[in-house]
Each structure stands twice: as C-alpha cells, then as structure tokens.
Ligand binder design. Sequence first.
Ligand SMILES: *[C@@H]1O[C@H](CO)[C@@H](O)[C@H](O)[C@H]1NC(C)=O
Ligand SMILES: *[C@@H]1O[C@H](CO)[C@@H](O)[C@H](O)[C@H]1NC(C)=O
Ligand SMILES: *[C@@H]1O[C@H](CO)[C@@H](O)[C@H](O)[C@H]1NC(C)=O
Ligand SMILES: *[C@@H]1O[C@H](CO)[C@@H](O)[C@H](O)[C@H]1NC(C)=O
Ligand SMILES: *[C@@H]1O[C@H](CO)[C@@H](O)[C@H](O)[C@H]1NC(C)=O
Ligand SMILES: *[C@@H]1O[C@H](CO)[C@@H](O)[C@H](O)[C@H]1NC(C)=O
Ligand SMILES: *[C@@H]1O[C@H](CO)[C@@H](O)[C@H](O)[C@H]1NC(C)=O
Ligand SMILES: *[C@@H]1O[C@H](CO)[C@@H](O)[C@H](O)[C@H]1NC(C)=O
Ligand SMILES: *[C@@H]1O[C@H](CO)[C@@H](O)[C@H](O)[C@H]1NC(C)=O
Ligand SMILES: *[C@@H]1O[C@H](CO)[C@@H](O)[C@H](O)[C@H]1NC(C)=O
Ligand SMILES: *[C@@H]1O[C@H](CO)[C@@H](O)[C@H](O)[C@H]1NC(C)=O
Ligand SMILES: *[C@@H]1O[C@H](CO)[C@@H](O)[C@H](O)[C@H]1NC(C)=O
Length: 509
Amino acid sequence: MIFPFIFLLSPSVSSYGFVTYDFATDMQQLNDTRQNDDCFFNASEITSVTIEQWPTNCIEVWSIAKFTSRSSEVPYDKLKNTFKRLAVLRGAMRIENTTFTNLSFFGKLQRISNIKRLVTSITDNKDLKNANLLFSLSYTFPNSPIQIVNNPQLDVSSLCGNINYENFAEIYVYNNMKDCGKTLHNLYRLSYFVIGCVGTNFTIWNIGNYSNCTSLFGDTEITGTTGMEKFSVLSKVKNITGRVNIHDTSFENFSFFGSVERMTGNKDETNFNIHDNPNLTRLGMDSLKYLYNVDAWFLFNISNNHPEFCLTMEEMQFFTSSNIYINRFEAKFCNTTTRKDGEKVCIYHTLATLDNNCPHVIGDILVTSGDENDTQKLSSVKYIYGSLAIVNTSLTDLSFLGNLTNIAALGDTSPALQLISNPLLDNVYIPNLEYPFSPGPHRVVIQDNAPGLFPDTSSCLTYQNQIKSYVFYDGADCYGDSGVVQETENSSSSLNYQYFLLIYLTYFL
Ligand SMILES: *[C@@H]1O[C@H](CO)[C@@H](O)[C@H](O)[C@H]1NC(C)=O
Ligand SMILES: *[C@@H]1O[C@H](CO)[C@@H](O)[C@H](O)[C@H]1NC(C)=O
Ligand SMILES: *[C@@H]1O[C@H](CO)[C@@H](O)[C@H](O)[C@H]1NC(C)=O
Ligand SMILES: *[C@@H]1O[C@H](CO)[C@@H](O)[C@H](O)[C@H]1NC(C)=O
Ligand SMILES: *[C@@H]1O[C@H](CO)[C@@H](O)[C@H](O)[C@H]1NC(C)=O
Ligand SMILES: *[C@@H]1O[C@H](CO)[C@@H](O)[C@H](O)[C@H]1NC(C)=O
Ligand SMILES: *[C@@H]1O[C@H](CO)[C@@H](O)[C@H](O)[C@H]1NC(C)=O
Ligand SMILES: *[C@@H]1O[C@H](CO)[C@@H](O)[C@H](O)[C@H]1NC(C)=O
Ligand SMILES: *[C@@H]1O[C@H](CO)[C@@H](O)[C@H](O)[C@H]1NC(C)=O
Ligand SMILES: *[C@@H]1O[C@H](CO)[C@@H](O)[C@H](O)[C@H]1NC(C)=O
Ligand SMILES: *[C@@H]1O[C@H](CO)[C@@H](O)[C@H](O)[C@H]1NC(C)=O
Ligand SMILES: *[C@@H]1O[C@H](CO)[C@@H](O)[C@H](O)[C@H]1NC(C)=O
C-alpha cells in the first residue's frame, strides 16, 4: 500500500525534552526546498558580519535564522532595518543565548513556512521579556518540534492555548518565567526536572509536578504498578498534544484523564496506545470529544489488557465517528443497558421479540427467511452494538434501515454488515450508514444477492463512498481482486475507511 506521506527523520529528543539539531544537515534540507538564489541566507548564525548578506529586499527568505550571543552585538536599529521587509521565513527560527529583550525588530514577520520540520528554538535568552511575535506568528506546516526553554523573564503561558500552536505535538515549553499550564517557576533553575506541562515518562515520583497542568504537550508515557492513585493529580488536564502510551500499569481505568476533551497527535506512530494493562477494564475518559491528527488519521491501539476490557455504547459511538485508524482493538461492549442521554436500549434476542421503538440495539441481529414481515421493527434503529446479518431472505431492498447510522461489532472478527444469499435483493442503499466497524478482516460482506447488484466497479465504489467502508463483494474487492481486501489481523488491514479516503483524496483530487 502506498503511504501518502513522506515522514522525515525526526530530530532526536533527549530525556529532558531538549531537541537537538545539526545546522549542516538542516541547511542541506533547506537548500533543497529553496526556489531562488536571491532570497537565500545560508550563514549558520546572524552576526555583525553575516547580517550584511541578509537579502533585505526580499519579503520571503529561505533561511535558518539563528540568533546567538554574537547577534546581540548587532545594534537594534540594524536588526530592525535588515528585517523590515521580511514577512515569511521559509525555514526555521532559532534564538539562543541572546541578550535581546524583545523580538520587535521583526516588524512584519507573519508566517514561518518550515516544510522540512526543522527545529524552532527560543532558548537560554536571559533578558527576553517580550516575545509577542510568537503569539501572532502562523505556521504553514504545524508539525515541527518547537522548544521554548530557559527564558527566565518570559511569560509564554498564553502560547499553549494559542490556536496557531494547537496542532504542534512536539512543543517543549519549560523553565520560562511562566510556562503553559500556568505553572509559575522560580527564576532560572538549572534542574531540567522541574518542568511545566511537557509530557514525559510519568512516574509516581515526578507526577506531583504536573498537578497544575490543564494541557500536556509532547509524548507521554505511563507505566508502573504501584502508587497509581497519585495520578489523580492529572484530573485537570483537558488537552493532550502528542502521543500517549499507557502500558504495563495496574490501572483499572483512566479516570485520572476524566477531564480530557481533546487529544491531538501528529505522528505516523500510534497516537494513543493502551496495552498490557492487566487490570484495565474500562476507559473512563468520559469527557473525550475530539481526536485529531494533523498529518492524517489518529492511530489507536487497544491490546492485551484485562480480558473483560469494555467500551460503552457512547464511547464506541464516539470512536466510529472520529477520524481514527485502528491498529488493534481488543475490547467488548460493556454490559450496561442505560445511556447518559436516556435513550432506549434493547438487547437483541430474536427479531420477533425485539421491541418496536429501539434506537440502540445491543446484539448480533440476524434477519433470515421468515423474518421479512418483522423488518419494520428495525426502522427506528440508529445504532447496532453488534453485527447485522441479512441472510436467505426474499427482501428486495433495505428501506427499513432508514435510521441506521452505525454498526459497530466488537469482540470477534465477523463483519459488521453481511448481506448474503438474498436472491431478490437488488438495492442495498442504506442512506445514513457510515463507518461500520468490525475488528476485521472484513467490515461489509455482500454476496450472492440479485444478479448484477453492482453491475460494474464504479457502482461498487460509489457504494463504498456512501457507507465509507471497504466492501467485500462476491468474494473480492470492488475491482474484482480477491487478494487486496484480504485483511489479516496484523497487516495494514483493519483500515478505517478514512485511510482509503485519504489515498483517494491525495492521488485523485
Ligand atoms: C545549495 O544547492 C546548490 C545547488 O542547487 C549548491 O550548488 C550549493 O552548494 C548548495 N548550498 C548549500 C549551502 O548547501
Ligand atoms: C552560502 O552560499 C554561498 C553562495 O551561494 C557559498 O559560497 C557559501 O559557501 C555558502 N555558505 C555556507 C555556510 O554554506
Ligand atoms: C548558551 O550558552 C551556554 C554557555 O555557553 C551553553 O552552555 C548553552 O548550551 C547555550 N545554549 C544554547 C541553546 O546553545
Ligand atoms: C525592543 O528592544 C529595543 C532594544 O532594547 C528597544 O529599543 C525597543 O524599544 C524595544 N521595543 C519594544 C516594543 O519593547
Ligand atoms: C519510560 O520508562 C520506561 C521504563 O522505565 C522505559 O522503558 C522507557 O524507555 C521510558 N520512555 C521514555 C520516553 O523515556
Ligand atoms: C518533581 O520532580 C522531581 C524530579 O523528578 C522530584 O524530585 C520531586 O519530588 C517532584 N515533585 C513533586 C511535587 O512530585
Ligand atoms: C500549583 O499551583 C499552586 C498555586 O498557584 C502552587 O502553589 C504550586 O506550587 C503549583 N504546583 C506545581 C507543581 O507547580
Ligand atoms: C484546549 O484546546 C482548545 C482548542 O484548541 C482550546 O480552546 C482550550 O482553551 C484548551 N484548553 C486548555 C485548558 O488549554
Ligand atoms: C489486578 O487484579 C488482580 C485480580 O484481578 C489482583 O489480584 C491484583 O492485585 C491487581 N493488581 C494490582 C496491581 O492492582
Ligand atoms: C457481560 O455479562 C456476561 C454474562 O452476564 C459475561 O459473560 C460477560 O463477560 C460480561 N461482559 C463484560 C464486558 O463485562
Ligand atoms: C407477510 O405478510 C404478507 C402480507 O402482508 C403475507 O402474505 C405473508 O404471508 C406474511 N409472511 C409471513 C412469513 O408471515
Ligand atoms: C426513524 O425513526 C423514527 C422514530 O422511530 C420514525 O418515526 C421514522 O419513520 C424513522 N425513519 C425512517 C426513514 O425509517
């Protein structure tokens, strides 16, 4: 399968969150992207000598604009004059060890366009008080690492709620006067352990330092089996940006993340990885409303936790309507039959005994020969927590599924929707169904119905587009290839439809 994005090697991150970089490599990458010779500044730092090479007439400049202690020797007016036309920096900005008190010499700078994901750094500037520029800058490619560290007079607390930064996952903000999460630190500390709300390897020893955090930035890893009650200090966290990996813990649920509303990833690796937590039976993140990944889908993995690990109806509804790509999804539905919204829930036994007005049905629904006159009972069904199989009937269409919005099968690998051996069925349109889910290998199987149900590839593809899921039709994919949709448990297979859509959009639009 073609991967639609080229992921560059990420810069390495040392244990305390500093990002390292190498000028020569970065300059080479930048040089590959520049579009002309005139607006290029290739010096490794801005000094009173190199500043003369800055292309002062250019509105857009390709450069890794690095300011150091030597840049502080350049008079402010000279800086101001040099950068007076600069509106777009194509590359990265690094301001390190300067004695600047402000960045106001960038009079017109509006945007940084950093296609190569070069590190941005505002670090070790002992006098920097005013970096308002940072709050108004926009970024064309919001997925490079940013560090804003050790600026003892700088208040960057508003940065992390700033919309221009909400898509950055690798953002290291700490040891400033005020960091994100409104943590007020003492003046300059040389210990890198006292940090703001930068995600890290959380342990019972450092977790207390995060008690004021409302947002977490950067990759977060939680592991361990003792003292886990201390993690309740995270209960103020609302936004998490970066990957989260919770494994080998004794947690029974993640209620310490009960206030988390948004999780934003931006890597091609698993964004939320929940594995090997033997006592984990519930998720417990009841406020979660938004999963997002700037590059593509949000990669999700749930594997090898407690065998009774379960998701509620509401949680599953949220996942099937989010832009997630599921790696493994080892979960069942919880045995709850009540919902927070009070809507009616029915447990399915047989179609004949199913109540008439059930928007939510738990169980594997089978409609077979003799059930045709009862199908109206399904007309009020919106969500099926289980599977739907329509087999050996004399039905001609599925108009009785007019309210059906989602089918989510958990716990086994049978398809979410099966339409098999209905010889008169020549119309399978289900107007509201989207993203039917099953852990695999196939989500939708349509086989041996009216001849020519999908007369050609395009009618099959159209149907896929409607229901936003791959279809396995008469033993093959829409193109008639019986191999392609052969999805196996560990391959790149239990794809959410979004993956399909993404490739489609990337290559054909
Ligand atoms: C940039 O690329 C050009 C060729 O396009 C090459 O001649 C030049 O040496 C490169 N400069 C740097 C700084 O890598
Ligand atoms: C910058 O570019 C100029 C000409 O394009 C070249 O002579 C010089 O060696 C380059 N400097 C660096 C540091 O790459
Ligand atoms: C700033 O200068 C100090 C002392 O020379 C050095 O240890 C530190 O690494 C420098 N910071 C950066 C970001 O280069
Ligand atoms: C920025 O710093 C320079 C030099 O210290 C000063 O002259 C200027 O007034 C400052 N500008 C702002 C907006 O603080
Ligand atoms: C976190 O801690 C675990 C266990 O000590 C270790 O295996 C892992 O590499 C650490 N992760 C990071 C990102 O430091
Ligand atoms: C903060 O972290 C440091 C270093 O890990 C640790 O020594 C200290 O006890 C922590 N503080 C709290 C309140 O947990
Ligand atoms: C949390 O905030 C309180 C009140 O502002 C402060 O006293 C405390 O030191 C902060 N804790 C941490 C770990 O930053
Ligand atoms: C969480 O993110 C949203 C959207 O970016 C923002 O509006 C909100 O203020 C953030 N909340 C916190 C506590 O940072
Ligand atoms: C996990 O659950 C088992 C019983 O299911 C219990 O014996 C064990 O103590 C629990 N482990 C921890 C670390 O809480
Ligand atoms: C639900 O209840 C049944 C029997 O009552 C039990 O076998 C099953 O494991 C339970 N499932 C969960 C997720 O608790
Ligand atoms: C279904 O209803 C039709 C007429 O409404 C009737 O003729 C037929 O016998 C019924 N079929 C079954 C299996 O009850
Ligand atoms: C959807 O359900 C409502 C309520 O049960 C019902 O009145 C309506 O006819 C259904 N719509 C369709 C298209 O079946």
